[in-house]
Design a protein around this ligand. Structure first.
Ligand code: GH3
Ligand code: MG
Ligand code: MG
Ligand code: MG
Length: 312
């Protein structure tokens, strides 16, 4: 190695390389009034391992857009009910879909018309008829780039955990899911104790290593279905689906104990660090409850009761 590499970075890299989670197949939504063409393009993309949904009536695009959550939309332009350009500009006005790639697939050969289509929220223009390999490679490369961009948008750069915005989005989604399925949900907020002192005594880079070691512990010990994020500087959030408060306490208290036992090293000096945790649960869905506020309150109590503890 030309540059010094920390054990932590190597562990992270190894985690990535040995991750048992296979990549999700690319999801493509085809909007085309021609059933036969749509089915042909769908077959081509499915042959390449992608998940495809077809919508023949553009007015019915919103449902599949929400439920299927495609990586990319392949959009016809001339359709009797409504033009693809109009649909694209509507989709672009929805917050959740501002960045979804929209690729026009049309017989339109006029360059000016193609350009004006792009200005209405399209990302690319492919002309029909199109060779199967060309369609597959155009769609795949767009999706790869957009997934990569998306992963940078939602990840915190120091720890690789979800960032503040992403964890809040995820909490809303998990709340909706828990309500729909009537299953409990637990939300935990973690705040490292006296972190200012850690920085003051051992330096900011040592503080950063403590943050990374906690994030690694959270990633290793929590379930695949738990959602972990870095909420702020030395604050973390965990969403545990299908878990009630008491079960959540057990999980978080084990983590608290494990973290407090870690030995950190700076300038040859050994030290340990603790965290406090506030937990909120939803079990009765009639109650209007703000999980963020409740967890915050519990965290405040944990701090005031002396830190290094978990409070529900
Ligand atoms: P408490 O037990 O009450 O939480 O005390 P505290 O010192 O942890 O609380 P406070 O919120 O006052 O201080 C948090 C400190 O965390 C302040 C800031 O300098 C430090 N911090 C925030 N983000 C980072 C970071 O990314 N890296 C490092 N090294 N320090 C950070
Ligand atoms: Mg058409
Ligand atoms: Mg704090
Ligand atoms: Mg703190």
């Amino acid at each position: 190695f030309s540059k010094p590499v920390s054990i932590g970075d190597l562990v992270d890299k190894l985690d990535e390389l040995t991750s048992p989670v296979p990549p999700e197949p690319f999801r493509v939504l085809i909007v085309d009034d021609s059933t036969s063409l749509a089915n042909y393009h769908s077959a081509v993309l499915e042959q390449a391992g992608m998940d495809v949904k077809v919508v023949n009536n553009p007015m019915e695009v919103l449902g599949p857009l929400r439920e299927f959550s495609p990586d990319l939309i392949l959009m016809d332009i001339y359709m009797p009910e409504c033009s693809g350009l109009e649909i694209a500009s509507v989709i672009r006005q929805l917050d959740s879909f501002v960045s979804i790639p929209i690729v026009y697939l049309s017989a339109e050969k006029d360059l000016d018309k193609q350009l004006s289509a792009m200005s209405l929220g399209g990302d690319d223009f492919l002309t029909k008829p199109i060779k199967a390999e060309h369609l597959v490679s155009s769609v795949a490369s767009r999706i790869q780039r957009s997934r990569l961009l998306h992963s940078f948008m939602v990840r915190d750069s120091l720890t690789g955990l979800l960032n503040h915005t992403a964890i809040k989005d995820q909490l809303e989604r998990e709340m909706a899911r828990a309500k729909r399925l009537k299953v409990p949900l637990t939300y935990a907020m973690i705040d490292i104790d006296h972190f200012k002192q850690v920085n003051d005594s051992y330096g900011h880079p040592a503080g950063d290593r403590v943050i990374k070691s906690l994030s690694r512990l959270l990633k290793q010990r929590l379930r695949e279905t738990d959602v972990v994020g870095r909420y702020g500087g030395e604050e973390f959030a965990v969403i545990m689906s299908e878990t009630d408060g008491p079960a959540g306490i057990k999980v978080m208290d084990e983590l608290r104990d494990a973290f407090s036992r870690l030995k950190h090293l700076a300038d040859g000096k050994e030290f340990s660090v603790t965290f406090s945790c506030g937990i909120a649960e939803v079990v009765h869905f009639g109650d209007a409850i703000n999980l963020g506020d409740s967890a915050d309150k519990a965290l405040y109590e944990a701090k005031h009761a002396g830190r290094n503890r978990v409070v529900l």
